[in-house]
Design a protein around this ligand. Structure first.
Ligand code: HEM
Ligand code: HEM
Length: 212
């Protein structure tokens, strides 16, 4: 067994899933205090993931996510297992990062036109707030489409004989073709928690107070 996913990547994934589900429900239901708090926590999580993408384990590196179109097509056809994200999966991960960042940043500039507005709305023009609102509404559809594609891909890999979920849960892979350089994910968790506290004490103070 070879360790291929560190503790932070594994925790990041399921916290991301929980965060997005909460944000979707609270957004649709207009539960804005909880929506904002979860939004700030997800912002901290995503920022920690990007930092970890620079200083983290080999399989967490953002630089490892860029591949040629030829390598991506070859990965789709191949049955061979890969250490870390394969070139096709890497494209999916990059797409997720972009869609999630667009969703978070547009949220920071969005208003519900009644009670609340994102903390950056006051610094940008009215047109920009309108545009951010439109993006915040429509980008959700793209995010859902990407999630469906992601889950279909995981099922297809399972049918091809690769259990990617088990590897993501345990962090360990059988018959790995190489041994990646791993780091403890503890530092990334410290960054995540520090950023969460900072955001909750500043932008999050108001929604947190109304919630408690
Ligand atoms: C809200 C829904 C989901 C989102 C946004 C999402 C997003 C992501 C992202 C961003 C990664 C890359 C992790 C990283 O390098 O940091 C990833 C990997 C992965 N996800 Fe998800 N995911 C979702 C749901 C699921 C579900 C429900 C499953 C299981 C059925 C799953 C299974 C996996 C697996 C196995 C990997 C590793 C893929 C590989 O080996 O390359 N995901 N996901
Ligand atoms: C990835 C993270 C996020 C997701 C998935 C998400 C999702 C949603 C959804 C589904 C809605 C309902 C849209 C509709 O009524 O059609 C919504 C509304 C809203 N979101 Fe987010 N959101 C996220 C992050 C944020 C953040 C960080 C903020 C601000 C701090 C924010 C502020 C708002 C506001 C103000 C609305 C109300 C818009 C309106 O009523 O027109 N969101 N969000």
């Amino acid at each position: 067994m070879t360790k291929v996913w560190d503790g932070f990547i594994r925790g990041f994934h399921w916290l991301l899933v929980a965060g997005l589900v909460t944000l979707y429900i609270t957004g649709e239901e207009g539960m804005m205090d909880l929506h904002f708090i979860t939004g700030y926590l997800l912002l901290a999580l995503m920022a920690a993931r990007l930092v970890w993408g620079v200083i983290g384990s080999q399989t967490a590196k953002i630089s490892a996510l860029f591949h040629s179109p030829k390598a991506i097509l070859a990965a789709i056809k191949s049955k061979q297992s890969h250490v870390g994200h394969n070139p096709a999966g890497s494209l999916m991960v990059l797409l997720f990062f972009v869609l999630i960042i667009v969703q978070l940043v547009s949220g920071l500039m969005t208003t519900d036109d009644i009670l609340v507005e994102g903390p950056l709305a006051q610094y940008v023009s009215y047109d920009m707030v309108e545009l951010a609102g439109d993006i915040h509404h429509s980008n959700v559809e793209l995010l859902i489409a990407a999630i469906v594609l992601h889950i279909v891909a995981i099922v297809v890999y399972r049918l091809k004989g690769q259990n990617l979920v088990k590897t993501l849960l345990t962090g360990k892979q059988e018959h790995a073709v190489s041994t990646p350089a791993m780091k403890s994910g503890l530092l990334a968790y410290v960054i995540f928690i520090a950023l969460s506290v900072l955001l909750l004490l500043t932008w999050g103070a108001e929604p947190l107070q109304s919630l408690l």
